[in-house]
Design a protein around this ligand. Structure first.
Ligand code: IPM
Ligand code: MG
Length: 351
């Protein structure tokens, strides 16, 4: 029996999580697995209910779980909150020591035409980001100094041990892929990047992988110019945040992309998209990123690569049949839950 903490969060979070749990239900029956789901408040909705985006009650539920599923957090309603929902998310990642964020840019064939980037018909983009998630500028010293010319600051800093553990994760992952790692930095300007590059090189010596380095500005261009050149892209926290959103354009919609945040303990699974408050509650959300996050959980936390593959293939089949949500320009436009019905039907028809 696997215990799963479920944090639906804000905006479209609850809708996509609900649909992904219906898929998990089907998986439980089909593969004879048992899951115990416990919901907990998180993000803006937790501010409303418990006065904090990451309340102690949620912490306790997480402590007792084997893995965590998260929808999305944030929205205009909490823009001026004392502690914003986004801060709750950063605290959760830190709490779990989930320093390694794995973001595969999954490009389903039926969505190729949806990308505004001209893609090669016979080649497949297959990139996986390994983003450092609990350090760097998002967690550095920050503040505002009121004066005649008031200024604010955020410090980007990395230690040797932080770079070591994330780079080794990237090299390890690349071994099960094409054994190529591109490390992104800005070492022509930043001290923190100089240390980053030095440590990445030093750790690469223990691996039989091809390592290259790219300045982040060039990487932003290369992703669009020639995305086929990349296998694993290793980044610090902020560069990975920005570049993974950019790369999502190659997949056709940010709505289809999942992520896993892993560390030494239990892992957190969430789609890379945000809470999309403008379309919340209208059945317009794409549940695929969330469903694939569930699939990543089954593979990574529960060792069921076979179930991951089963879900992945069913999603691809459903898209091939022309079923999509409103962000996908496919033949049939479905609501969030209609699309999930279609997916489950596809699964039922698969032997
Ligand atoms: C993401 C998000 C978060 C981040 C925000 C919501 C704090 O953009 O997961 O990419 O910057 O990490
Ligand atoms: Mg982001």
């Amino acid at each position: 029996m696997y215990k799963i903490a479920v944090l639906k969060g804000d905006g479209i979070g609850p809708e996509i999580v609900d649909e992904s749990l219906r898929v998990l239900d089907y998986i439980a029956t089909r593969f004879e697995m048992e899951f115990e789901i416990t919901e907990a408040n998180f993000g803006g909705s937790a501010i409303d209910k418990e006065g904090h985006p990451f309340p102690v009650t949620t912490q306790k539920i997480i402590d007792q779980s084997d893995a965590i599923l998260l929808g999305a957090v944030g929205g205009p309603k909490w823009e001026n909150a004392a502690i914003r929902p986004e801060k709750g998310l950063l605290s959760l990642r830190k709490y779990l020591n989930a320093y390694c964020n794995i973001r595969p840019i999954i490009c389903f064939d039926p969505l190729k035409e949806m990308s505004p980037i001209k893609l090669d018909q016979d080649r497949k983009v297959d990139i996986c980001f390994v983003r450092e998630l609990t350090g760097g500028i998002y967690f550095g010293k920050k503040g505002i100094k009121e004066s005649e010319d008031t200024y604010a600051y955020d410090v980007e800093a990395y230690s040797v041990s932080e770079v070591k553990r994330i780079s080794r994760r990237a090299f390890d992952l690349s071994l099960s892929r094409d054994k190529r790692v591109t490390s992104v930095d800005k070492s022509n300007v930043l001290e923190s990047s100089k240390l980053w590059r030095r440590e990445v090189i030093s750790n690469s010596k223990d691996y039989d992988v091809v390592l290259d380095h790219m300045y982040v500005d060039n990487a932003a261009m290369q992703l669009i110019k020639n995305p086929y050149q990349f296998d694993v892209i290793l980044t610090n926290n902020i560069f990975g945040d920005i570049l993974s959103d950019e790369a999502s354009v190659l997949a056709g919609s940010i709505g289809v992309l999942p992520s896993a945040s892993v560390g030494d303990k239990k892992a957190l699974y969430e789609p890379i998209h945000g809470s999309a408050p403008d379309i919340a509650g209208q059945g317009k959300a794409n549940p695929i990123g969330m469903i694939l996050s569930v699939a990543m959980m089954l593979d990574n936390s529960f060792n069921r690569k076979d179930v991951y593959n089963f879900i992945y293939e069913a999603i691809e089949k459903t898209l091939k049949l022309g079923y999509g949500t409103i962000d996908l320009n496919l033949k049939y436009i479905h609501t969030t839950s209609e699309w999930t019905n279609q997916l489950i039907e596809t699964m039922e028809k698969t032997e």
